[in-house]
Design a protein around this ligand. Structure first.
Ligand code: AMP
Ligand code: ZN
Length: 473
């Protein structure tokens, strides 16, 4: 069964066919690195990771490219307000360059915790300024860009397909954008957007600046994605993803820039991920519900339990985070790991290839139906409980096969995982780890003492061939 995926461009579920099979170019809009990564990012990039893993499962040879926005993104996606990087610098007292480095590292460290595969190419906007300038030059030469005293703009009225992604006509877009026009800006059209900011007026002291034929300045936010995606993946890209907020401004602008420059279709399949809310509200600094990975681990949760939680919602549905929901995900993951540890104690035996193939085919059908990951997870649990499958067949299907897409590191389940993931308080974890080293050293006296100590604290310990199993009474 081919992959069927909802395409924001056609506004329907399409059969996926890449331009040059088996190669697939996948571009995922990256983060703006001016503040810590939060669990909303986690949801979006786990979603992208699942798409990539699905393509690999289907035998495609994927090249995954992701940008890092470290210049040019203003507080409003419509080129207005403060520059996010300069805001981050003012807040932290660091230079903009250090802010970018620090938060980029934080972003990828957070994504690593969620077992998100790193993109093959991570490209920073600040390291691709000549590519962006070259693209702007092409646009100006072709009559799509015009210069004003403060910036170089893209002229949306010249690009007839401007509303193709949003379904908005230029008139509707104009009305929506009218409110946002700043006085003193010499735009021809309120929907025109910046390709190049000049270091004049409110940007005269802008720290990040480069020379160009339009004077010193810095690129607008949208141009980096057009320039870098086409540089690494060619003029027509198979899949381009982003959060749902990118559907109305960033992605239409990327299409306009790229297609105006090349005359070719820029992206064949546009995928948009819905947002994560927290306790039913938008994540926001003022409410104090902008959780980072650090907040998850600090409360004793395994980052992979958060990944498990993300797998319980479809990427096109909004998902609401609560601590209770995360606890449920942690419990399910612990239960699954417990089962795997039990299956591992069983002797190896031949697997029924036909049954395995059938289960894998069914799993693939589910995934290929617009990446229906919550249904795929439910199917995995059906297999776990299905008496028709032997323990070893279950172990194979869950850890060797399905987990290639889930990415929960189930194959690595062992006693350490059980200790680390049991969501135990720190003092209990420490005793369990001490007992583990006593057991390894065959120091049974200490091991017994530690077991008793754990029991007085309300935890039972059983030893299995795979290590200790710890449960609260
Ligand atoms: P940013 O760092 O704001 O540029 O965002 C990077 C990506 O994360 C974008 O694709 C956003 O759409 C996405 N994103 C930001 N906040 C959330 C959220 N609460 N839930 C899901 N995705 C988000
Ligand atoms: Zn982008």
């Amino acid at each position: 069964m081919p992959l069927q995926i909802y395409n924001s461009l056609s506004k329907k579920t399409d059969n996926f066919t890449p331009v040059h099979p088996p190669r697939v170019g996948l571009y995922t809009c990256g983060a703006t690195v001016y503040d810590y990564a939060h669990i909303g990012h986690g949801r979006k990039y786990v979603g992208d990771d699942i798409i990539r893993r699905t393509l690999v499962w289907l035998g495609y040879n994927v090249t995954h490219v992701q940008n890092v926005t470290d210049v040019g993104h203003l507080v409003s996606d419509n080129d207005e307000g403060e520059d996010k990087m300069e805001k981050g610098a003012a807040k932290t007292g660091k230079t903009v360059w250090d802010v970018a480095k620090f938060f980029m590292n934080d972003f990828y460290a957070s994504m690593d915790l969620l077992n998100i595969m790193r993109p093959h190419i991570i490209c920073r906007a600040t390291e691709h300024i000549p590519d962006q300038i070259a693209l702007i030059e092409t646009l100006v030469a072709k009559g799509y860009g015009y210069e004003t005293p403060e910036a170089v703009y893209f002229d949306v009225s010249k690009f007839s397909k401007y509303g193709s992604l949003t379904g908005q006509t230029l008139d509707q877009k104009r009305t929506a954008a009218r409110e946002e026009v700043e006085t003193g800006v010499h735009k021809k059209n309120p929907a025109d957007f910046v390709l190049w900011f000049k270091c004049v007026g409110k940007y005269q002291n802008h720290v990040m600046r480069w020379n160009s034929q339009w004077g010193e300045g810095f690129p607008g936010w949208h141009i980096e994605c057009s320039a870098m995606s086409m540089k690494y993946l060619g003029e027509t890209i198979d899949i381009h993803t982003g959060g749902i907020d990118h559907l109305s401004v960033h992605h239409p602008n990327e299409i306009a820039q790229s297609e105006a420059a090349t005359g070719k279709q820029f992206v064949r399949y546009w995928i948009h991920h819905e947002f994560l809310t927290v306790d039913g509200q938008k994540m926001s600094k003022s409410i104090g519900n902008t959780y980072r990975m650090h907040d998850i681990t600090e409360r004793g949760f395994d980052p992979l339990a958060l990944r498990y939680f993300f797998l319980t919602a479809h990427y096109r549905s909004p998902q609401n985070f609560t601590w209770e929901a995360l606890q449920n995900a942690q419990n399910s993951l612990n239960e699954l790991r417990g089962k795997i540890m039990f299956w591992k104690t069983k002797k190896t035996e031949p697997l029924d290839e036909t049954k395995i193939k059938q289960a894998e085919t069914r799993f693939q059908e589910i995934i290929c139906n617009d990446i229906n990951i919550p249904r795929a997870l439910a199917f995995a649990w059906e297999i776990v409980k299905d008496k028709e499958f032997s323990e070893k067949e279950k172990e194979y299907l869950i850890t060797d096969s399905f987990d290639k897409i889930f990415g929960l590191k189930l194959k690595e389940t062992n006693e350490n995982a059980a200790i680390a993931t049991a969501n135990l308080p720190e003092n209990i974890k420490e005793l369990v780890i001490r007992r583990e080293s006593a057991r390894t050293n065959k120091d049974f006296e200490s091991s017994d003492k530690l077991r008793k100590e754990l029991e007085t604290l309300g935890y039972s310990v059983t030893d299995s061939p795979d290590g200790q199993r710890v449960r609260q009474f």
